[in-house]
Design a binder for this molecule. Structure first.
Ligand code: AHM
Ligand code: MG
Length: 322
């Protein structure tokens, strides 16, 4: 029998032990993995666990809150708080930052989308959870501005995808790895070591239903992609991105004449996935410039997003600028 791959916890212990600068980071990532197991169980139970459908709440984005959104939010807030390493966090479903502790032992800040792809929950299509992790600059008291950090300052990014298997993808500086949930042991096992975005691209993803609202530059860029590649669009960013990470591809959610900043959120969708993309050799762009250089002005700020294979992202930028 083949050797059992290392668990996420063992991998983190070995990878981060010697790095004094990363003290406590493994606790944050382990906490996310614990939360992902709970959300994955809710996802699998679906209607059986009363997890389908919507609550009667409207979130800060003006979107109706799904039951699984609520499970995801409470789960990840709880596990990150319990980690003892997170000073403050912010998430898609909560208008304000959650302040946990100013104590120096709480060295990290987390921003997250607890359940990405909410519209796919009720139809058993892949969804996920996305996290960006920052180290606090100093021990000064945390304020609402503390969480407004450009994506390039992330020290790690993580996403979990609840699909035909459950996979947790971890990006650390210069490296990206995937861990598959073993349903028997409930361990995340290292199955995708050293992920690099393939150079060959076969697919593009964009909501073509918005085409008549696109600016001419975006329309020209998508025409180029349409001529070359097949279209795949799940409607869960995390799922479309995961395919591009493993198979090569490009995902776009551009701005348009109705919504110039598009739909996706800078801090907890575009930045973490751009961090993953860059560590795997890819790129994340607003369509004009690097996503991770954008200085956020508000927690729930939206941004156009073009992400995936670096060469094709650059080609799209050039066409938009033309
Ligand atoms: P959510 O975080 O509320 O689920 O919304 C974000 C989702 C992304 O996962 C996905 O790429 C996009 O919205 C799809 O939007 P559209 O239905 O407009 O194509
Ligand atoms: Mg989302």
């Amino acid at each position: 029998m083949a050797d059992r791959p290392p668990t996420l916890s063992r991998f983190l212990a070995e990878r981060l032990a010697a790095d004094a600068n990363s003290e406590g980071l493994a606790d944050v990532i382990d906490a996310i993995a614990r939360g992902a197991r709970i959300v994955e169980a809710g996802t699998r139970q679906a209607a059986l666990g009363g997890m389908l459908g919507y609550t009667d709440e409207i979130n800060v984005q003006g979107e109706i809150v799904a039951r699984l959104d609520t499970l995801g939010t409470t789960t990840f807030v709880d596990v990150l708080r319990e980690s003892g390493r997170v000073g403050a966090l912010a998430c898609e479903e909560l208008e304000e930052m959650v302040h946990i502790s100013d104590d120096a032992s709480h060295r990290y800040l987390a921003v997250f989308d607890p359940v990405d792809g909410s519209s796919n929950i009720d139809v058993a299509v892949t969804i996920g959870s996305i996290f960006g992790i920052y180290r606090r600059r100093d021990d000064s008291p945390i304020t609402a501005e503390t969480l407004l950090r450009p994506g390039r300052e992330q020290v790690a990014a993580v996403y979990a995808i609840y699909g035909s298997s459950t996979v947790l993808v971890l990006a650390l500086p210069g490296e990206v790895h995937g861990f598959t949930l073993d349903p028997e042991s409930a361990d995340f096992l290292l199955t995708h070591e050293g992920i690099r975005i393939p150079e060959s691209v076969s697919c593009y993803s964009v909501n073509e239903g918005n085409a008549d609202r696109w600016e001419p530059g975006v329309a020209r860029a998508v025409s180029m992609l349409r001529e070359r590649y097949s279209l795949r669009y799940v409607g869960s960013l995390v799922a479309d991105f995961h395919r591009d990470l493993l198979k090569g591809g490009i995902f776009l959610y551009p701005g348009d004449v109705k919504n110039p900043k598009g739909k996706l959120r800078l801090s907890y969708e575009a930045n973490p996935l751009s961090y993953v993309a860059e560590q795997a050799g890819g790129a994340g762009s607003t369509g004009e410039s690097r996503i991770m250089d954008v200085m956020p002005e508000a927690l729930h700020q939206r941004t156009p997003l073009v992400i995936g294979n670096a060469d094709v992202v650059a080609e799209v930028e050039a066409i938009i600028a033309d």
